[in-house]
Write a protein that binds this ligand. Structure first.
Ligand code: NAD
Length: 479
């Protein structure tokens, strides 16, 4: 069926019960590079929500019984259908998320790894032969899942939820961020060529839509990626219906650099780890702790590395090219943070505390030289191109400082002595620890936050299990 109904990327619809639905009320995204309005998108009505939930519950009856191998086969077809539209996804992503071409095509192509990973998964089953019974432990699909997504990686983060959900036998309703609705709506539209109606649906909407889905009694699970503040609201709102929740939340990731590293090389990599997608990455490097013996040298090297990045995509080689901040809200938050940095007289090694309004939401990178540990740029997730570089002397002390946060998403340690770095890494309170690398996540590994960075997790083989209930069958012989 793939390719039978060409999908056009100039009109956007909600996807309900196998139909493309418009709505009287529309919203639209903004291209952050130009501040111009993008295509209109329908705002889902209460009826759309009810119809989608009913269609998902209806589809679940047969989809959950569809053999696993059959589901895998259809996911493979979905991959082929997605691949036909890689260029379109890249082009739309550039507009909705403000990503330079290299970053946008990086995401649309990286999404293929989500397919490859899920196509290799299996649902484990354990059988124990006991003297009195046979005990079989299996994983059965939870039911209908609402997937609530953020704006920074709209394709990868949507597929990272759609694929394991449907592979496990669940039906899923995707709710993209109102800032970046376009690619997610098309992912669901393409899915209609392959899956029965109601298995994959998408609803775009306003601020009321997320809470409505979370409160809905006929939805069994919410998988959420976004800020810790929203995650807490969703966690609380899920209690009355005892919804299963997975929360992938914010981070304030520390990077610890030992004095035995190659300063120039590591500074370059750390700069990329901090500024990829202009710092709007959950696992971006957000606090950089450098040993005092190499501090001055490292500061100079990172300033040089950051200075060669460009917001004028054509002038520099990929991936040293930065886009704008994705939306006005985040842009103003960062401008406020910069104003405070300036007002407190913190030392800037690169950049300025003043951001002039321009054609788009552009903020040039700023490097802050050894700010106090209690300044907002150290204690809060900046989610933008402002890098605090901090000095350390004693290893136990730097571990304490790295852990002195409510967040615990990822952390990085750099040293020529890998064993020493790993020893430090084990003491860091973070769901993912990277030794001698920035946070190069992969769908093959579970992504999960410690502390207020999340609850449960996704990806890896364990992520699939979060879409399941465990059912244990105790089988006795009739006497
Ligand atoms: P956000 O929390 O503002 O919004 C995320 C989604 O939640 C949007 O779709 C929004 O419409 C919806 N929403 C808002 N209020 C809701 C409510 N009360 N009930 C239900 N849904 C609601 O987050 P954002 O600004 O889009 O994303 C940035 C944040 O996401 C950063 O903190 C970043 O670190 C985090 N993030 C985490 C991961 C991870 O894997 N841990 C990945 C990407 C981003």
């Amino acid at each position: 069926m793939t390719g039978k109904h060409p999908v056009k990327f100039d009109k956007y619809f909600n996807v309900v019960a196998g139909e493309l639905r418009d709505s009287k009320t529309k919203s639209h995204g903004i291209d952050p590079s130009t501040k111009s309005e993008l295509w209109p998108v329908p705002v889902a009505t209460d009826k759309d929500v009810e119809d989608a939930v009913a269609a998902a519950n209806k589809a679940f009856v047969t989809w959950s019984e569809t053999p696993f191998e059959e589901r895998l086969k259809m996911i493979k077809e979905y991959q082929s259908a997605y691949e036909l539209y890689l260029d379109e996804f890249t082009n739309v992503l550039m507009k909705e998320a403000g990503k330079p071409r290299v970053t946008a095509s990086g995401e649309s192509e990286d999404a293929l790894n989500q397919f490859e990973h899920n196509l290799k998964l299996k649902l484990p089953e354990e059988v124990l032969h006991e003297p009195d019974r046979i005990i079989t432990t299996r994983h059965v699909p939870l039911g209908v899942v609402a997937a609530i997504c953020p704006w920074n990686f709209p394709i990868v983060l949507s597929l990272g939820k759609i694929l394991p959900a449907i592979l496990a036998g669940c039906c899923i309703i995707i709710k993209p961020s109102p800032f970046t609705p376009y690619t997610a709506l098309k992912l669901a539209e393409i899915a209609q060529q392959i899956f029965p109606p109601g298995v994959v649906q998408a609803l775009g909407g306003d601020d009321a839509l997320g809470p409505t889905l979370v409160a809905h009694p006929k939805i069994q699970k919410v998988t959420f990626t976004g800020s810790t503040a929203t995650g807490k609201r969703i966690f609380a709102a899920s209690a009355p219906t005892m919804k299963r929740v997975v929360l992938e939340l914010g981070g304030n990731d520390a990077t610890i650099i030992f004095p035995d590293v190659n300063v120039g090389e590591v500074a370059s990599q750390v700069a990329l780890g901090a500024l990829f997608h202009t710092g709007q990455v959950c696992v971006a490097v957000k606090r950089i702790y450098v040993h005092e013996d190499i501090y001055d040298q490292f500061l100079e090297a990172i300033v040089q590395a950051v200075a060669k990045m460009s917001m004028d995509g054509d002038e520099v080689e990929a991936p040293w090219t930065l886009g704008p901040i994705q939306n006005r809200m985040q842009y103003e938050k960062l401008r406020g943070l910069l104003k405070e940095i300036e007002a407190k007289g913190l030392k800037l090694a690169l950049g300025s505390g003043t951001v002039e309004e321009s054609e788009g939401y552009f903020i040039k990178p700023v490097v802050v030289d050894n700010p106090p540990e209690d300044s907002r740029i150290v204690t809060e997730e900046q989610f933008g191109p402002i890098l605090p570089i901090l000095k350390w002397k004693n290893v136990e002390d730097v571990i304490t400082r790295a852990n002195n946060t409510k967040m615990g998403l990822a952390a990085c340690v750099w040293s020529a002595d890998t064993a020493a770095a790993e020893k430090v890494g084990r003491k860091l309170q973070a769901g993912s620890v990277f030794i001698n690398a920035t946070a190069l996540t992969t769908p093959k590994a579970m992504l999960s936050g410690h502390k207020e960075s999340g609850l449960g997790g996704e990806w890896g083989s364990t992520g699939l299990l979060s879409y399941c209930n465990v059912q244990v069958m105790h089988e006795f012989k009739l006497v």
